[in-house]
Design a binder for this molecule. Structure first.
Ligand code: NYM
Ligand code: MG
Length: 225
């Protein structure tokens, strides 16, 4: 009896294992929604405590301002809206850290990399990549960023872009170039033009490795890496 409980104690450790922060990034129509939902289902099927989060979170007061802007219902200064996107992440920071330390894995659909890439792609004087990155500095960083890579031409063929702001081929090309400059140590580029199943297999491999690194005691990291 004593031996088995000691063994359990040894294998589970006193501090609960933290969850992993797995981020999906990419241009519009790259398959992030399909893949992030599929990954969460897969993790659940393996008994992993996992949740899907999405940025912008359009539910909050700040998120509603962002939503109105994306739908073209309001015009907002480019710098001001950039700071709203960032604030929309900051207002979730405490909940994010609490979930991770409670052992919950967060699968996140867009984050600070989208924030920097989309605003910097506008080419507004003064709003360069360094300026765009600054407000997100010190937010929790992902353990793995899965970048679903697809050419804007191929993405546009997927039933066309939606009608939201930014969903234009020219803009998406600029965004792709900015993402290229944002690659860091967390980055895993996956060819999103492959079949859904092939992308899923790659995604699961990357996610498994991220979960294992957190099990091995990797602490939460902070932007920018
Ligand atoms: N977007 C998203 C930004 O411009 N800045 C940000 O910080 C984030 C998180 O919002 N075209 C853009 C990228 C998308 C749009 O996202 C809405 P989605 O994933 O299409 O709902
Ligand atoms: Mg979109």
């Amino acid at each position: 009896m004593q031996t088995s409980s000691m063994m359990m104690g040894a294998s589970t450790s006193t501090k609960p294992l933290r969850g992993a922060f797995i981020l999906f990034e990419g241009g519009d129509r790259c398959g992030k929604t399909t893949q992030s939902e599929s990954l969460v289902k897969h993790l659940h099927s393996k008994g992993v405590d996992a949740e899907l989060w999405k940025f912008p979170d359009r539910q909050t007061a700040i998120g509603q301002m962002i939503n109105a802007y994306l739908q073209g219902k309001t015009e907002t200064d480019d710098a001001a809206v950039h700071l709203l996107f960032s604030a929309n992440r900051w207002e979730k920071r405490d909940a994010m850290l609490a979930a991770l330390s409670a052992g919950r894995t967060l699968v996140v659909d867009r984050y600070a990399y989208s924030g920097a890439a989309f605003t910097a792609a506008k080419g507004v004087p003064g709003l360069d990549l360094a300026w765009c990155k600054a407000p997100d500095s010190n937010l929790p960083a992902p353990d793995a960023t899965i970048f679903l890579s697809i050419t804007p031409e191929a993405a546009a063929k997927r039933g066309g872009y939606g009608s939201e702001r930014y969903e234009k081929e020219e803009m998406q090309k600029g965004v792709a170039r900015k993402f290229e400059q944002l690659k860091d140590a967390t980055w895993h580029s996956v060819d999103a033009s492959m079949s859904v199943e092939a992308v899923e297999a790659e995604v699961r491999r990357i996610a498994d490795a991220a979960l294992r690194s957190c099990e091995d005691g990797r602490p939460v990291q902070y932007l920018w890496l």
